[in-house]
Design a protein around this ligand. Structure first.
Ligand code: ATP
Ligand code: MG
Ligand code: MG
Ligand code: MG
Length: 565
């Protein structure tokens, strides 16, 4: 492979900035902009400048290598998608306002893909005919589109962002479990190679449907997820991950769907007051227990709030049925609903249409039908089976008893066992060994590639700037010409030699920029090793500095090359 040419800062399309962007709240946003990695094009829409693109490319490469290692085949599907497959699975409506919907000149409905289960399912339906074609893992690295309610944390939460999404297709449950395990391992390798600190947490399947699901969370203050972390063992759980199994008792006598007046939906604050739990300051991790039983957990804002059981506890009202169609017609009437996931296992799902601060008020007792003011016990037998125990700070760890910590984290990856939800909706069968059609079972697996860049920035930055791990850094070494012609000549010479030895080199050869500014910029940019041609350039002596530790040593050109290669 040809060596990468030396990247000269005098020619680089990127300016470093002294001040943080005015709207920036999180470190990665501030530093990636200031160091000239990204520029904001519109809210939640980002341009990647040369240094940023290099880091992004390095993350992509690692993801690609590990996906290939588990037999993944890379494809590229369109981002502009027709409505019909999303109608077939119900997601055209269910996805809510996060979905970018648009029309072509003939009035046909389209969307910009937020995730691609439908289209992959159809692709396999088109390509695979027999059991011999399975199992298969397909993946792509592609821009995704979600009209996020609050795209404010830089590239951590884009409205356009780069995702690696993969999908597994198997003949049976054992096959799916194998594909899931392969992905789990690949994800562990990817995040280790990226140098990210992460935890694996059980999670709810969310709007994706299906059964088993785990999230990969990178602890960081800027994170928007809260998780319970054991300081002593490997226990970690997402505090959002609670699901109840609801069994319908008897839905007969339940009134049919009709136009029901909007009840006074209690706010979380009201409920908290009624329940005597701490008010809004602690509502980030609201945990509500009634008679010792966990009935709700949630985060106010654009996140889901599982308040159905709270509502059930307070609601004296009759059962009111609301259908999906009602929902579509009167979004102001219905504040939340449960997706049609079958009768005996209902997982409460996020509905982005739920107004911020509004309690979750539904239950489900009929397929494709959603009820308000359901009374648990009367309308349902509530098998209050909690998949993941939700905890508060200091609660004992279920594994080892140590007091748990509640930490903030960034969701960097998410893996799902989808089962047959999509295959059923889109009728994906292959011919089985016995000549009969077999319904395919699926998994889907995502990594936020652009988000991973920001997560790494969050975890590795210090008070001077970015500080990349070697494998993702935009260069292996940042050579600084700290002085005039003599220093520049030495810097360029050593840069060429390092490049010839196979290193990726960024050299600060800018004329008219003071050594002080160049040092500050090199620390801001965050290449792990900085090689300075300065005071002793005349003797051919350079100073090598470790960006993280600040350790320095003086070396000749030959010594520097030997040390760095
Ligand atoms: P979040 O909870 O942060 O909104 P999500 O659960 O909606 O994420 P998934 O549908 O699980 O996201 O998508 C797979 C991965 O894509 C996530 O784990 C995350 O790393 C990444 N991702 C999701 N939304 C965004 C976004 N708006 N910007 C950047 N990356 C994102
Ligand atoms: Mg989301
Ligand atoms: Mg999530
Ligand atoms: Mg997720």
């Amino acid at each position: 492979m040809a060596n990468a040419p030396v990247q000269r800062m005098s020619q680089l399309m990127a300016k470093t900035l002294r001040d943080d962007p005015a709207d920036a709240e999180v470190i990665s946003h501030k530093l990636l902009v200031r160091a000239g990695y990204v520029r904001r094009t519109a809210a939640g829409i980002w341009t990647w400048l040369p240094l940023g693109k290099k880091v992004l490319g390095n993350v992509e490469r690692i993801v690609r290598e590990e996906m290939e290692a588990i037999g993944g085949q890379e494809v590229l599907l369109p981002a502009l998608l027709p409505r019909e497959p999303y109608d077939a699975t119900g997601r055209w409506e269910e996805y809510g306002p996060e979905l970018f919907r648009l029309q072509d000149r003939k009035g046909g409905d389209y969307l910009l893909g937020p995730t691609h289960e439908e289209i992959f399912t159809l692709m396999v339906k088109d390509q695979a005919t027999s059991y011999k074609d399975l199992p298969v893992i397909l993946y792509q690295i592609q821009s995704k589109y979600r009209d996020e309610a609050r795209p404010r944390a830089g590239v951590l939460r884009g409205r356009e962002f780069l995702m690696k999404d993969s999908y597994s297709f198997d003949l049976d449950d054992e096959g799916l479990a194998r594909s899931y395990a392969l992905h789990r391992k690949a994800y562990q390798r990817i995040f280790e190679r990226l140098g990210l600190d992460y935890r694996i947490c059980a999670a709810t399947a969310g709007a994706m449907g299906g059964s088993k699901s785990e999230e990969f969370l990178a602890p960081a203050d800027a994170g928007e997820d809260t998780f319970a972390d054991c300081p002593n063992c490997d226990f970690a759980a997402n505090t959002e991950a609670v699901s109840y199994e609801l069994k319908p008792v008897d839905a007969s006598g339940v009134p049919a769907a009709e136009d029901i007046p909007t009840p006074d939906t209690p706010t979380i604050e009201t409920l908290a007051a009624q329940l005597g739990v701490p008010a809004s300051a602690t509502l980030k991790n609201l945990l509500v227990k009634v008679d010792g039983e966990i009935v709700a957990v949630g985060v106010p804002g654009d996140r889901e709030v599982d308040m159905d059981k709270v509502e059930a506890h307070f609601a004296p009202a009759t059962v009111e049925m609301v259908t999906e169609a009602d929902f579509a017609a009167r979004p102001d009437l219905v504040r939340g609903y449960v997706g049609p996931q079958g009768l005996d296992k209902v997982t409460y799902i996020a509905d982005p249409r739920v107004a911020p601060g509004t309690a979750w008020i539904t239950g489900a007792n009929k397929a494709d039908t959603h009820a308000k003011n359901v009374v648990a016990g009367r309308d349902f037998e509530v098998d209050a089976h909690v998949d993941v125990v939700v905890v508060q700070e200091g609660d004992p760890c279920p594994k080892c008893g140590t007091g748990l910590k509640l930490d903030r984290a960034i969701e960097i990856g998410h893996i799902f066992q989808l089962g047959r939800k999509y295959a059923d909706a889109l009728k994906l069968d292959v011919l089985g060994q016995n000549g009969k059609p077999v319904r395919v079972t699926m998994g889907s697996y995502g990594i936020g590639v652009s988000r991973a860049v920001a997560a790494l920035a969050e975890q590795t930055a210090d008070d001077k700037g970015l500080c990349w791990p070697q494998e993702v850094a935009p260069a292996d070494v940042h050579v600084v010409a700290a002085g005039k012609a003599l220093q520049t000549e030495l810097a360029l010479d050593v840069s060429e030699k390092l490049s010839a030895a196979g290193l990726r080199v960024l050299v600060d050869d800018r004329a008219g920029v003071s050594p002080g500014v160049k040092f500050t910029d090199s620390e801001l940019i965050g290449v792990p090793r900085i090689l300075v041609a300065g005071r002793r350039a005349g003797e051919g002596v350079l100073e090598l500095k470790d960006r993280r530790t600040g350790e320095r040593e003086e070396l000749t050109v030959d010594e520097a090359i030997a040390r760095l290669t």
